[in-house]
Design a protein. Sequence first.
Length: 213
Amino acid sequence: MENNACTSQSSACSDTPSVAAADSHSASLPDTERALLDRVALQDQHAFAMLYARYAAPVRRYLLRCLSQADLVDDVLQEVMLVLWQRPSACPPTVPLAAWLCGIARHKARKAMRRATTPPEPPCPHLDGDGDDPARVVLDQEATRRLARALDTLPFYEQTTLRLLVHQGCSYQDIAAQMDTPISTVRTRVARACHRLRAHVVAEFVEVSGGIS
């Protein structure tokens, strides 16, 4: 059944990148978009917001065709736009940006469908039967403290958005209503917050590793 689902999803997605390419101004990346991508590579949030506003809706429509489960669309869209934020230079200069994003979306949609249709593995039983390993508990507590410190470094609006999403389980729509801001802004803040958190954790790991060596 999973193979049939994946096959039907693949056929639904297969022709859309070419449609996206046909909607572009030319067969290659316009100078204006290349300039925006270059600015995104320098962590220019305004440039990213401009590209997000331009391409989030078309990519979302594409994902609606690819995914039979509509509840996966926004999460996959966020993953796609996070790639745009993290690796803008990966877009080839001869490929329209819409087609590049749709190619990423197709790949991530297939992965999301596989995850959604694969039953979860049963948890591994404790071999000793004595409950939680004290060392593991200490490590988990330290990881929680590190995450809390990293969250505290985020700008106010990004921090608030991520706390509402992760800690309180709010949807993008709920967060947009609570913060009186468009849903696209909420998604952009989540993408930026995830990028900053990842950078913070990596920097902290490098610092600790350097201290140990």
